[in-house]
Structure formats: structure tokens, C-alpha cells
Write a protein that binds this ligand. Structure first.
Ligand SMILES: [Fe+2]
Ligand SMILES: [Fe+2]
Length: 186
């Protein structure tokens, strides 16, 4: 699908601020795909659709998880976790995306997981470092992202798990698996 068509399809489903974030993720994901020899079109599609479920009704998302057996363990979590797997489901059913790399990139873009595919890492990192993100340490992550994708993945998941601990929020098991996997990689 054309970039403009996809952007027009997602725009009414999120506030202006999230749309601007999405365009930032798209530009960053495309740049990383070029740098690390990944399919640029796939990076573009995954980035545009990654937050499509972010503002969907939470109860509706739980229903989608139940009906389509996306994973029982998801049911007790909020939209912060649900919007990844449900976003992948929307990409597949509504936008007819059948590429596993794109679907996995959307599915795991918030949590990460162990042993991620290249496109999954690109989207996870792009989501954290896109130009509109402003948090202490983001410039360092941006720099590492230009040097090595796996090292950047390690730095990003470390940052995100450390942030969850600091703010006393629960950590989804996929994120812990992701952290353990990349912290032992060198
Ligand atoms: Fe997201
Ligand atoms: Fe996002």
C-alpha cells in the first residue's frame, strides 16, 4: 500500500501528537533500514502501523485477544502492552499485511523479546529515538543506533526496563526475556 494511503488511514485513529510521533518513527525506521540493509518498504509499513491500536478501547482489545487466542497472559495487562499484539492483528486483518517480519515488528514494538529479527529491532529502536522523543539519555541512544543495531537494542531495552523499575511499573515477561537475551550478548 502507498505511504500516503496508509498515513491517511491511521491519522483519524489517534491524536495529532501520536500521528507526529508515528511520522517520526517512520523516518527513523527508514533511515535505520537503509543503514543496516533491511527492506525499506517493510520498515515504512511497520512504522506507520505500529501504534494503530494505541487508542483502541481496552475491553475491545481484550475481546480480540480472547477470540483470536493471541495469548491468555495478555488479558490482565493494559493498553500499553495490548496495543502491540492487537496492532499486529489489525495490520493483518484490516490492512492485509501477511509479512511475518512486519507483523512481529508491530507485535513486539513495546516489549521487545529475545532474539529479535532485524526489522523488529529497527522498529523498537526507532520508536524510542525518533526526533520528537525527549528524555535524558536519548541522544546517547541515537548515537549508538548509528553504530550497531544489536548494541543499540541492548541499550534501549536496558533503558526501558530501568525506567519501568524506577517508576515502579510492572514489566511484561517478553521485556525481561529481551533484557536477559541482549544483556548477555556481546
Ligand atoms: Fe506503541
Ligand atoms: Fe510508538
Amino acid at each position: 500500500m502507498e505511504r500516503e494511503k496508509l498515513l491517511n488511514a491511521i491519522k483519524p485513529r489517534m491524536p495529532e501528537k501520536r500521528y507526529i510521533h508515528t511520522v517520526g518513527v517512520m523516518e527513523t525506521a527508514i533511515q535505520l533500514a537503509q543503514r543496516y540493509d533491511e527492506d525499506v518498504k517493510k520498515a515504512e509499513i511497520a512504522a506507520i502501523l505500529h501504534d494503530i491500536a494505541k487508542y483502541a478501547d481496552e475491553e475491545w482489545m481484550r475481546e480480540i485477544v480472547r477470540i483470536n487466542q493471541l495469548g491468555d497472559e495478555l488479558i490482565s495487562w493494559g493498553s500499553e502492552i495490548l496495543h502491540g499484539p492487537v496492532g499486529a492483528w489489525i495490520a493483518q486483518t484490516e490492512f492485509q499485511i501477511d509479512d511475518d517480519a512486519i507483523l512481529n515488528a508491530i507485535r513486539y514494538h513495546t516489549t521487545g523479546r529475545a532474539n529479535m529479527m532485524k526489522l523488529e529491532k529497527i522498529l523498537f529502536i526507532a520508536d524510542m529515538i525518533e526526533p520528537n522523543r525527549k528524555f535524558p539519555g536519548v541522544d546517547n541512544l541515537r548515537e549508538i543506533a548509528q553504530q550497531d543495531l544489536t548494541v543499540a537494542m541492548r541499550a534501549c531495552i536496558h533503558h526501558s526496563v530501568a525506567h519501568l523499575i524506577k517508576t515502579e511499573l510492572a514489566i511484561y515477561p517478553w521485556s525481561i526475556e529481551c533484557y536477559n537475551y541482549y544483556i548477555r550478548e556481546d
